[in-house]
Ligand binder design. Structure first.
Ligand SMILES: [Zn+2]
Length: 186
């Protein structure tokens, strides 16, 4: 269930990195991401801190480039399937950056961003696929403009800059899980 833009089953952590969408009726694409901080290390607090704006960029040498960076995603799915939501879906999260979906720029305006804890080359977990499919199904049911055909990777809307979720993400496996229990068949 989605209530007031929040998934009922998610842990809620409201990020300050969000603002208003220009058109509330246009929530129409789901963007899948992969992230880990430091790269390849899972389970630590740093991704959460990055999205909450509390990351100490001196905590690890790799974090220096993150200094001053203000980003977020609507949701993060950890390796064990734990779901954390940072931004309600009716608000604009800052996850896509410079991007282009079918000729449209400023993808944050009309997309929902979901981060999977991982790397481009580490297989994502079954718990993550199941959780992502469950969340995607609820979003498709809730937002009329969003369909199962309008789900992409960050690498697809920012191909020069971004590679996530990478070859490790098995799109066929995810789509199969999604289709298995989708009510809106469009
Ligand atoms: Zn990304």
């Amino acid at each position: 269930m989605i209530k007031n833009g929040w998934l009922e089953q998610a842990i809620q952590r409201e990020s300050p990195h969000a603002d208003e969408r220009p058109d509330l009726s246009d929530i129409s694409v789901l963007v899948v991401h992969g992230i880990s901080l430091p790269a390849g290390e899972f389970g630590g607090p740093y991704v959460d801190e990055l999205f909450m704006g509390t990351l100490d960029t001196t905590a690890h040498p790799d974090f220096a480039i993150l200094e001053g960076l203000r980003v977020s995603a609507h949701c993060l799915i950890r390796r064990d399937g734990e779901l954390i939501q940072y931004v309600p879906f009716h608000r604009r999260a800052w996850h896509a950056g410079r991007s282009n979906y079918c000729g449209r720029r400023r993808c944050n305006d009309f997309t929902i961003g979901i981060e999977l804890e991982g790397t481009d080359t580490t297989p994502y977990t079954q718990e993550q696929y199941q959780r992502l499919a469950e969340v995607a199904r609820q979003l498709i049911d809730h937002y009329p403009a969003l369909t199962r055909h309008r789900i992409v990777g960050h690498e697809h809307i920012a191909p020069v800059r971004k590679t996530d979720p990478g070859p490790a993400f098995d799109w066929k496996r995810f789509k199969q899980l999604l289709n298995d229990n989708l009510t809106k068949k469009v």
